[in-house]
Design a protein around this ligand. Structure first.
Ligand code: DX5
Ligand code: ZN
Length: 220
């Protein structure tokens, strides 16, 4: 599949989402951050906004659910138009059951790990998931500093996926920029969320391409 870049709308202008999405037309995915003020100390947008965004976005949408009760909510985001749903392991009673439900609805099933959650939580179960998101900041806010000590999790997942011969996508989210994307790609990551790095650039679409090129060259 190659390297993929997913700009986060958390760093976009929420008063102009349609034109903000058009600014990142070169992106592989749109990363849609959902926060409930309980699982993380911040509150963003939810189902009705996702429903319209999925209709107008030219690229597929991955909903990153930083909300409690993932078992109930994850399938609702698939029904609302997300092409991939990423729920948090820490917010799920039955992660494999959620993944089964998501796949049944025809979307990609993805599980996210907070920095404090060991990768062993999912390492033996990767076949049940299409993607694992390794958080490289504490979830809740954009513009935080990248945590390089999360990269061994990425490498462990890449090794496990290779030995299981499973086409697992491995994503990182938080602090990804020109300064951090190369080491992250070398660790085995192939899907990169970037919020402030993309929307803070003069030309967000060009920045997406620049990040993808850096990742591709670093991984060679
Ligand atoms: C943080 C969100 C991220 C955030 C990343 O909890 O999950 O998607 O937007 O922003 P940057 O790329 O600025 O760290
Ligand atoms: Zn996110």
């Amino acid at each position: 599949m190659g390297m993929q870049i997913a700009p986060s709308i958390l760093s976009a202008d929420f008063a102009n989402l349609e034109s903000e999405i058009a600014k990142v037309s070169t992106a592989d995915w749109l990363h849609f951050d959902v926060m409930d003020g309980h699982f993380v100390p911040n509150l963003t947008v939810g189902l009705p906004v996702l429903e319209r965004i999925a209709q107008v976005a030219p690229m597929p949408v991955d909903a990153h659910l930083m909300i409690e009760d993932a078992d109930h909510w994850a399938p609702r985001y698939a029904e609302a138009g997300a092409s991939s749903v990423t729920f948090h392991y820490e917010a799920a009673k039955d992660p494999k059951g959620i993944a089964r439900d998501l796949r049944k609805l025809g979307v990609r099933a993805s599980v996210a790990l907070k920095p404090g959650t060991p990768v062993e939580a999912v390492l033996d179960d990767i076949k049940h998931f299409d993607m694992v998101l390794v958080m490289t900041v504490e979830p809740g806010f954009g513009g935080q500093s990248f945590m390089p000590d999360m990269l061994p999790k990425v490498t462990a997942l890449r090794k496990a996926a290779e030995s299981a011969q499973h086409d697992l996508w491995i994503e990182t989210d938080g602090g990804i920029s020109r300064d951090t994307i190369e080491e992250t790609a070398r660790a085995g990551c192939d899907v990169f969320v970037a919020g402030s790095a993309v929307y803070g650039a003069a030309d967000p679409s060009a920045e997406v391409n620049a990040l993808r090129d850096l990742a591709a060259h670093a991984a060679k």
